[in-house]
Design a binder for this molecule. Sequence first.
Ligand SMILES: *[C@@H]1O[C@H](CO)[C@@H](O)[C@H](O)[C@H]1NC(C)=O
Ligand SMILES: *[C@@H]1O[C@H](CO)[C@@H](O)[C@H](O)[C@H]1NC(C)=O
Ligand SMILES: *[C@@H]1O[C@H](CO)[C@@H](O)[C@H](O)[C@H]1NC(C)=O
Ligand SMILES: *[C@@H]1O[C@H](CO)[C@@H](O)[C@H](O)[C@H]1NC(C)=O
Ligand SMILES: *[C@H]1O[C@@H](CO)[C@H](O)[C@@H](O)[C@@H]1NC(C)=O
Length: 585
Amino acid sequence: MGTAAALAIVSVLCWAALAAVRGSHVVYPELQSLEAKEVATELRTGYHFQPPKHWINDPNGPMYYKGLYHLFYQYNPKGAVWGNIIWAHSVSTDLIHWVALQPAIYPTRPFDVNGCWSGSVTMLPNGVPVIMYTGIDPHKHQVQNVAYPANLSDPFLREWVKPDYNPIIIPDRDINASAFRDPTTAWYGPDGHWRLVVGSKENMRGTAVLYRSRDFKKWIKARHSLHAGLTGMWECPDFFPVAVAGGSRHHQSGVDTAELHNRVVAEEVKYVLKVSLELTRYDYYTVGTYDHDKERYTPDPAFPDNDYGLRYDYGDFYASKSFFDPAKKRRVLWGWANESDTVVDDQHKGWAGIQAMPRKIFLSRSGAQLIQWPVEEVKSLRAKHVNVSNKAIKSGKYFEVTGFKSVQSDMEAVFVIRNLDKAEKFDPSWRTNAQGLCKNFNSHVKGGVGPFGLWVLASDDLEERTAVFFRVFKTNDTNYVVLMCNDPTRSSYESQIYRPTFAGFVNVDIAKTKTITLRTLIDHSVVESFGAGGRTCILTRVYPKKAIGDDAHLFVFNNGESDIKVTNLHAWEMKTPTMNKLLEQ
Ligand SMILES: *[C@@H]1O[C@H](CO)[C@@H](O)[C@H](O)[C@H]1NC(C)=O
Ligand SMILES: *[C@@H]1O[C@H](CO)[C@@H](O)[C@H](O)[C@H]1NC(C)=O
Ligand SMILES: *[C@@H]1O[C@H](CO)[C@@H](O)[C@H](O)[C@H]1NC(C)=O
Ligand SMILES: *[C@@H]1O[C@H](CO)[C@@H](O)[C@H](O)[C@H]1NC(C)=O
Ligand SMILES: *[C@H]1O[C@@H](CO)[C@H](O)[C@@H](O)[C@@H]1NC(C)=O
């Protein structure tokens, strides 16, 4: 079928009542197995993870095994919309260059005949990795299955075997069998039991249903869940330890989930519980304590445990999963960034979805939040470099960073604010609505201190541009609030594109530092920003029409009354790594 015919069908179907939601994805039955004939390259990302074509979503079971990083992910081998879900599999030596292997897990047995959904890997003490994933059975019930490598000597772990004793966890009568998925990595308790949680809901209550097992085969549901909250279905829970400052290990080092039976270690760690909210489509986390005996996780009171909780990322970033990397003693986070264009666009492009750059995560020194930073290996892609130093930007002015191609680049900047007197007054009721605040005070609205920051993927006439910026408000004479925004409302002039002004507050003492840093990874249709050294992160997908290829420009702007100074700005063109080339076998 030609593209025109395919598109005609698409436009008839998409907006018809056929679209339904299954799991948490919109389902287009007629498009699920419509093979992409062509792959549109114009807005494809260069160094973000993606397969050669078709739909991807959640990262699954990331791990390190015998010198290789493994990433599995939810994949539709047959089309560019959600459906036919299997576990695709890729490996890398550096988290940057990827080779695609044959799919690891796909429907073969009654316990996963209707889909192989998300899950995690647990490294058993004998060095054997085991996958636990959600299978969709003949009754469309969500059940949990395990799979083991067929050949432990193969560092690629190409082949996985599903034992006949699957499924190993089935929903009992108290559990909604249509809302019971995404098992976590298991942790080992001092009592010799493995434990893990599965995401679920009871009416509006999201729950992390707890199971325990001695042999990883027979699992028993605990009397109460690990934790629950009134936020609707919890998808993709992730539960892991983080080092605290002042302990015997550096606070930036990762802690292996499996190490936790050791009580000495337990005194030097806090726990993080992250859940993905099916209703609002974002990932939030709390930091707290875990009581092995009572089998309970308790968030520390300082962390809002609700819709206003701290987020890994205030933009397009969902279904994330972390793993402990023993090679570099760090915890690495993967997260899925979906498309913001339409299903018609995705059919046309032949692909949909990327993974955000893997991020190193750790608890901040103060313990108030997690810090995220692109893994250091990203720097290996840096090529042509330009820099700007000590450049003042007066009120209402901007300048272009020239001499390099910014369409696929990495940029780090340090902004200095000399004077905070002009900061606008902050209304305490705005505390819970950074996104709404950024919508009202967008990059075109002149401010006191800020908006200042970048226009990325901008056309030379600035008709198209995505703004990444900061704005400082004053609560009183000594206290300030910093807002970080991503405003894609002028990224292109396609009316159908989803482009909310994403925003988060930044936990910095601006009165003391007078400085704020910004790192932005620009990659054709993704803008991934890390404010204040990774305290606030925002990823956005944008689809410029003019600002593509060599016509994409990078500007620094200041639309506030106070002058701003860029003390240092470094920008690099980024090379294109090997991205999921099929391994010759
Ligand atoms: C297991 O993997 C190793 C390493 O790739 C290989 O040499 C060996 O032939 C494999 N064994 C089987 C039974 O496939
Ligand atoms: C079970 O979950 C499904 C999917 O979210 C929902 O449609 C259904 O109403 C739930 N059933 C009950 C009894 O809550
Ligand atoms: C920044 O660029 C200038 C030239 O514009 C150069 O002399 C200087 O060495 C560069 N600094 C760094 C740190 O690369
Ligand atoms: C300013 O606001 C902060 C935080 O809201 C508060 O702790 C502090 O006491 C206030 N200072 C004054 C002088 O009102
Ligand atoms: C990504 O796409 C946008 C636009 O279609 C939706 O509004 C988001 O809900 C969706 N995000 C996720 C995590 O599915």
